[in-house]
Ligand binder design. Structure first.
Ligand SMILES: *Cc1c(COP(=O)(O)O)cnc(C)c1O
Length: 226
């Protein structure tokens, strides 16, 4: 099995039944947080999941997956294209845009001028702009003040925003970052908000997430972690 960047672990022997239970629990948690589960897309982060394990996700009812590396996305998609809608969620190297064109529904993480230039030649249906909401040094993402120009220069439709908030001890600490992203999306008339992972999904949906990117919580107890 190949090691993918950002993967803390990988799973083998995933059981669809347990993933389906985990998925049901996630939907309950979304509802308990005050959001409509039908209005929140669950994008399964598959950097932890080898291609051979993906049919278990489909069997469990997952229809949208997100991969972090272009080459892994293409490899997994070449085996299971029809099982899912495919999104790209990882750090985007602009030279990979060409590979993703024609393979993905949307890229969650567009954050450079060079990626915009590549998209002009190799368009994807939609993009989200990654925003560095907390203005962290060295972190990917467009500064909120730069958003209007960046969106105007995009050669493909910008339909939303994405963020990865600073590492936080408690999910509650991320709330104002999510609220800020929602405010920016509203200001720019953008419908999609990709925010929230396993550790802060309730706070994210309470602040208006329309896509949550979930890994660990879906695979917990469903297979052998290595
Ligand atoms: C892995 C990953 C996730 C999911 O993280 P979990 O903590 O496993 O839920 C979400 N977004 C991105 C960009 C990721 O790389």
């Amino acid at each position: 099995m190949s090691v993918t960047s950002g993967a803390r672990q990988s799973f083998t022997g995933l059981r669809a039944e347990r993933i389906a239970e985990n998925l049901a629990r996630v939907r309950e948690r979304i509802a308990a947080a005050g959001a409509d589960p039908a209005a929140v897309e669950i994008c399964a982060a598959i950097k932890y999941v080898a291609a051979a394990e993906l049919p278990a996700l489909a069997e469990a009812g997952i229809d949208l997956v997100g991969e972090n590396r272009a080459q892994d996305l293409l490899a997994k998609r070449s085996e299971h294209a029809g099982l899912f809608t495919w999104d790209f969620i990882g750090a985007l190297q602009s030279r990979k845009v060409r590979d993703l064109a024609g393979a993905v529904r949307l890229i969650h993480s567009v954050a450079s001028e060079s990626a915009l230039r590549r998209l002009a030649d190799h368009p994807v249906p939609e993009i989200l702009v990654e925003v560095n909401v907390a203005s962290e040094a060295g972190k990917a993402g467009i500064a909120p003040a730069e958003l209007p120009g960046f969106i105007a220069r995009a050669p493909v439709p910008v339909t939303g925003l994405m963020t990865m908030p600073p590492a936080a001890e408690r999910p509650e600490n991320s709330r104002h970052h999510f609220a800020r992203l929602a405010e920016l999306a509203a200001e720019h008339g953008l419908a999609r908000l990709s925010m929230g992972t396993t550790q802060d999904l309730e706070v994210a949906v309470a602040e208006g997430a329309t896509i949550v990117r979930l890994g660990s919580v879906l695979y917990e107890g469903a297979g052998d972690a290595s």
